[in-house]
Ligand binder design. Structure first.
Ligand code: PLP
Length: 364
């Protein structure tokens, strides 16, 4: 018998989260695999972080009070309805740990954000998945049918990562209505800023009076701060209280708090940058569609191509052309939207791949 410490059995079969790129591989010229912003933070944001770093011998605000205050004012909420964390992924983990444990079920559509199953296993709970629709969107009926007396949490990402499809207000209302009030609905809106479909709601606004709905947002995508790790949550005070029960002290560093506050003030820059990404997304969607590739209705800062058996070959051909995309073997590839030169490289690589005979494209 081994005398070494072993992680819990439930964790041994899991693949840790990763970019899919070997650690020692050179970075591709076009880094389109992690849904990052193509824009660096503004000089004012960098300066705010630098200024805060001068006091790095002190702990930051206990629960991120200054940023909470700003977010509450911006969204017309009370301070006890807002929490911040080290990326929204930390808040997802806190919610799952606080509300589900061994013997409990956490429901989610699948395929969805790869971190969800890891977090659920980490809490010792059971993941229950509902398949997507044929159009790669969340299937409300399939999810509702899988609610059991043991369901504690529903993790729902809108728009969905990696497929980019979004539920409109009517479908989302219907789903939330069909979930018992004792089930915590975590509505993960990491990509909300990129949504252009008029019927897709702002969940933080629409569900503010729902006692069982918590909405998550992040500074990692539209706000260009992935490297500083700041996410936030809007929820009724009772849910924020639940979240805080498993929160680490000082969850967000002082430079990150300062940078997020400065980024929040740059509303015009955010609008410009978001519009630029959306314009490139539409260009990619059109161009890939014209090549006959299966693009749906992407509502985030990425495009999903469910090319199934050809996915690995597609990703390899892209990498050879200097474009790094996220491969989901046997399912598809997800391509982050960047700037114009990124889209041009994507469209070129895709056209070259489509011109190759089917036999050479890994298709059967
Ligand atoms: C759906 C979804 N939620 C949450 C996150 C986590 O974002 P962060 O922890 O950087 O806020 C991501 C990141 O890719 C995501 O795709």
């Amino acid at each position: 018998m081994s005398t070494q410490p072993r992680p819990r059995e439930a964790l041994l079969g899991l693949t840790p989260y990763g970019s899919g790129r070997p650690a020692d591989a050179a970075l591709p010229r076009h880094r389109l695999s992690s849904n990052e912003s193509p824009f660096a933070p503004s000089p004012a944001v960098v300066e705010a972080a630098q200024r805060a770093a001068r006091d790095a011998h002190r702990y930051p605000a206990l629960v991120g009070e200054p940023l909470i205050e700003l977010l509450a004012a911006r969204h017309g909420r009370r301070r006890d309805e807002i929490a911040v964390g080290s990326g929204s992924v930390a808040l997802i983990e806190q919610f799952v740990r606080a509300y589900a444990g061994p013997g409990d079920e956490v429901l989610m559509p699948w395929r969805s954000y790869e971190v969800y199953p890891l977090v659920i296993a980490g809490a010792g709970a059971q993941a229950v998945t509902a398949p997507l629709t044929a159009a790669q969107g969340v299937d409300v009926d399939a999810l509702a049918a899988r609610v059991t007396p043991r369901t504690r949490v529903l993790l729902l990402c809108n728009p969905n990562n990696p497929t980019g499809e979004a539920l409109g207000a009517a479908a989302l209302d219907a789903l939330i209505e069909r979930v018992p009030p004792s089930v915590l609905v975590v509505l993960d809106e990491a990509y909300r800023e990129f949504v252009t479909r008029a019927d897709v709601p702002d969940g933080a606004e629409r569900y503010r009076d729902r006692p069982n709905v918590a909405v998550l947002r992040t500074f990692s995508k539209a706000y260009s701060l992935a490297g500083l790790r700041v996410g936030w949550c809007a929820a009724p005070p009772a849910l924020i209280d639940g979240l805080r029960r498993v929160a680490p002290p000082f969850p967000v560093s002082a430079p990150a708090l300062a940078a997020a506050a400065a980024a929040l003030a740059e509303t015009e820059l955010l609008a410009q940058r978001t519009a630029a990404v959306v314009a490139e997304r539409e260009r990619m969607r059109r161009g890939l569609g014209e090549l006959g590739l299966p693009v749906g209705d992407p509502q985030a800062n990425f495009v999903w191509l469910p090319v199934a058996a050809a996915a690995a070959d597609f990703a390899a051909a892209f990498l050879a052309a200097g474009v790094g995309v996220r491969l989901f073997p046997g399912e598809g590839v997800r391509i982050t939207v960047g700037q114009a030169d990124d889209s041009t490289a994507v469209l070129r690589a895709a056209a070259a791949w489509c011109e190759r005979p089917q036999r050479q494209r890994g298709e059967r």
